[in-house]
Design a protein around this ligand. Structure first.
Ligand code: ITT
Length: 195
């Protein structure tokens, strides 16, 4: 079955392709269509933003569509950057500036606990939607470490590991990440719908 992945983030797309490589799904991207709208992420939860992205593009493209809304929640910062993760240091999106801002906010902070959260929404071409959520618990390290991945990966070390996401092999990140967990739950729940 063909399914549209409603993201303009190439890093997410690469990860979703790797995690879904054995699913038998044919993953289409926004570049396979012309005239798809930009979706403003103005809701105040990951779930509502993911649903908005999935439903809007599904109805225009007339395709089953999956969307991912995700971000980093830091306990000592009251859950920030949260839904503002992409634009934490302002527009345009700048991963380096986001990481510098996060390190500054975390200077001298003892509680380093954090989690990545990922909501995956699925919409039918008619706009009926459902969502699932995955998390990955970890800590914020003291300096950027590693070159791989994207976003906050150089600052996030998942519980039980001594490497940040940016130091890990992509296969390992994609087996334990928030996105991997969300997509695993999505597949368990929706496999029959998607085959
Ligand atoms: P789309 O809306 O087009 O999917 P986006 O990058 O705008 O792409 P989000 O609004 O969901 O996506 O923001 C996700 C942000 O959360 C992303 O820019 C990173 O800052 C952070 N993030 C999410 N998953 C991450 C991961 O696996 N590793 C590092 N940072 C991640």
């Amino acid at each position: 079955m063909k399914i549209l992945i409603a993201t303009r983030n190439q890093h997410k797309l690469t990860e979703i392709r790797e995690i879904f490589s054995d699913s038998g799904l044919e993953l289409l991207t926004v570049d396979d269509f012309s005239g798809l709208p930009e979706v403003e992420e103005d809701a105040d939860t990951f779930a509502l933003n993911a649903i908005k992205k999935a439903v809007t593009l599904a109805m225009v493209a007339k395709m089953w569509t999956l969307a991912d809304d995700s971000g980093l929640e830091v306990d000592a910062l009251g859950g920030e950057p949260g839904i503002y993760s992409a634009r934490y240091a302002g527009e345009p999106v700048d991963y380096e500036a986001n990481n510098r801002k996060l390190l500054k906010e975390m200077e001298g902070v003892a509680d380093r606990n954090a989690r990545f959260r990922c909501v995956i929404a699925l919409s039918t071409p008619e706009g009926f939607s459902q969502y699932v959520e995955g998390v990955c618990e970890g800590v914020i390290v003291n300096d950027e470490r590693g070159e791989d991945g994207f976003g906050y990966d150089p600052l996030f070390m998942p519980d039980g590991y001594e490497d940040t996401f940016a130091e890990m092999d992509s296969g390992l990140k994609n087996s334990i990440s928030h996105r991997a967990n969300a997509l695993r739950i999505a597949w368990e729940k929706w496999e029959k719908l998607l085959k």
